[in-house]
Design a protein around this ligand. Structure first.
Ligand code: FE
Length: 208
């Protein structure tokens, strides 16, 4: 059983003009696919060959297997990122909105905290909104490091590797982050993650 390339939950041109079709084609079809391919090569014939992606990431993290960790965590992070974005206008559920007001003061203040974390993160990595128990936090992780191995429930993520925005805005990460935070974040996805308290599960089977 191989780990599939998780499908984009919308068309490649659905997030334009905020994120272009060309960026999504390359980012999903080349970058994400390469992580998945390398991960499948690495687990072939090992005792992780039939494991879920979540199990593989955690095992590689625990054993300090850097190569396997990088490719498996990047596979998971990208699947989670595609679901963190949407072309639809979404809003936090009543329960998530209440937690946002409690922990950040307002939705606007959370948007600013997330933007600052994503823009300020040094070099490659990921900015996350997570729930630690009931409490919401904005964090970032370096390179392939993932909220999946922290003791939290990830709600949303923003990819801040250059490949996420270089085609569209060259080196201007703040422009990419601003447009994503203002227009593309999937608050319905974040609300579901928050309310169930369950970590999103990467698809097990390839889409047919
Ligand atoms: Fe990426």
């Amino acid at each position: 059983m191989a780990i599939p390339l998780s499908p984009l939950p919308y068309a490649e041109d659905a997030l334009a003009p905020h994120i272009s079709k060309e960026t999504l084609e390359t980012h999903h079809g080349k970058h994400h696919k390469t992580y998945v391919d390398k991960l499948n090569d690495a687990i072939k014939g090992t005792d992780l060959a039939d494991s879920s992606l979540e199990e593989i990431v955690k095992a590689a993290h625990q054993k300090g297997e850097k190569g396997l960790f990088n490719n498996s965590a990047q596979a998971w992070n990208h699947g989670f990122y595609w679901n963190s974005l949407t072309p639809e206008k979404t809003a936090p559920s009543a329960k998530l909105a209440e937690a946002i007001n409690r922990d950040f003061g307002s939705q606007q203040a959370l948007a600013e905290a997330l933007t600052n974390e994503a823009v300020g993160h040094f070099a490659s990595g990921w900015a996350w909104l997570v729930a630690e128990g009931d409490k919401l936090k904005v964090i970032s992780t370096h390179d392939a490091a993932t909220a999946l191995t922290e003791n939290v429930v990830p709600l949303l993520t923003i990819d801040v590797w250059e490949h996420a925005y270089y085609i569209d805005v060259k080196n201007k990460r703040p422009d990419y982050v601003k447009t994503v935070v203002e227009n593309c974040l999937n608050w319905a996805f974040a609300s579901e993650n928050y309310e169930t308290g369950r970590v999103w599960a990467y698809p097990q089977e390839a889409a047919v």
